[in-house]
Design a protein around this ligand. Structure first.
Ligand code: AMP
Length: 115
């Protein structure tokens, strides 16, 4: 755990979150500033700066993240209507928290391409 990492502190329970899913490898909780009616963040319990740190040695963790995103969509009831899974890497992409996270967004029509 990185003690100065916001999401590590959420994993540790030091900062509260509205958790919607958890397993041995990942947790998912509602974004504090939602950009859609459903906006959930899926994060690994283990600290990684971004998806750029995921390699072939992390195949099971990558699968766990995708599985959790799909499970969140099922629990939120948006599988039929659709959902977007996105992850930002670095400053040009707008990453503001340096702990890998997948955004699961749903509940409204999404524009494409993203801004
Ligand atoms: P990104 O900008 O892609 O790094 O996404 C970071 C996301 O974390 C943003 O959508 C923020 O609204 C969200 N966020 C920041 N702090 C918290 C928090 N304490 N609990 C839940 N979501 C948060």
């Amino acid at each position: 755990m990185a003690s100065d990492c916001l999401f590590c502190r959420i994993v540790a329970g030091e900062i509260p979150s509205d958790q919607v899913y958890a397993d041995d490898d990942v947790i998912a909780f509602r974004d504090i500033a939602p950009k859609a009616p459903v906006h959930v963040l899926v994060i690994p319990r283990r600290h990684l700066d971004s998806i750029a740190d995921l390699g072939l040695d992390d195949a099971s963790l990558a699968a766990a993240l995708v599985n959790a995103a799909n499970e969140v969509a099922r629990r939120e009831g948006v599988v039929e209507s659709g959902y977007r899974v996105v992850t930002n890497v670095g400053s040009d992409a707008g990453q503001s928290v340096g702990h890998l996270h997948l955004h699961v967004l749903a509940g409204r029509r999404m524009a494409w391409p993203p801004g």
